[in-house]
Design a protein. Structure first.
Length: 224
């Protein structure tokens, strides 16, 4: 049986998404024909699994740059890679890696961007480009800009270190240095300040008594 090799940046677009998935199994609502929900394939030659957070950084920056150029207000990145406008989520990103030993062979980058939808069932803290600006957006044009930006950021990702990429990402970090509420893995709610992100991609939070703790994605969620 012959298998076809897909080119980098091959994109699969869903016109409607009934069972969208986000980080940690969160659901993603998308009204048919009003938003962008797509997946992009990117292969690698020498991408170490130890550097996989670089993908979260670069994809976040790629989406952010496109939206900033379109004058979407008050853009931030909610760790690890949700895009926020003000206190509202407008874009979810889910990266699934195909591994070979200690290397990432390829990644499937899933992006769900709320574009022209303006109402959601039982969801708060959610918005779209239209609800934030009052403007209607052309989905094909927006998709083209996002793919161009992803290519710009991902083409040389294997030559970049996490320390090189982190400063740009941390500048955009949602709730950085602001008192915030978190929920830990044991459902315990606590207060703290997001201070930065470690080179391994862990969220560094300052707790009471100047105690700093690093949290993995499965260990904490930001309630803000």
């Amino acid at each position: 049986m012959q298998t076809e090799t897909l080119n980098d940046y091959t994109a699969v677009v869903a016109k409607s998404q009934l069972k969208g998935r986000g980080q940690m199994g969160a659901s993603w609502q998308s009204e048919s024909g009003k938003n962008l929900t797509f997946s992009v394939l990117k292969g690698f030659d020498a991408m170490q699994t130890a550097h996989q957070f670089n993908l979260n950084i670069t994809v976040s920056l790629a989406v952010h740059d496109v939206l900033k150029a379109m004058e979407i207000p008050d853009l931030k990145v909610k760790w690890p890679n949700d895009i926020m406008s003000g206190g509202h989520k407008i874009c979810g990103i889910l990266i699934e890696n195909i591994l070979k030993g200690k290397q990432i062979q390829s990644s499937i980058i899933g992006i769900g961007l709320n574009v022209n939808q303006t109402s959601w069932e039982n969801l708060d803290k959610v918005a779209s480009l239209k609800s934030q600006t009052g403007r209607f957006f052309d989905l094909d044009e927006l998709m083209s800009k996002l793919l161009t930006s992803l290519k710009f950021y991902l083409d040389d990702i294997e030559a970049k270190t996490t320390r090189q990429l982190l400063p740009s990402y941390e500048k955009l970090l949602f709730r950085k240095d602001k008192p915030s509420t978190f929920r830990g893995g044991n459902d315990q709610v606590f207060m703290g300040f997001i201070r930065h992100v470690s080179p391994e991609g862990k969220l560094v939070v300052e707790l009471e008594d100047n105690i700093f703790r690093e949290f993995d994605l499965k260990e904490v969620s930001l309630l803000y």
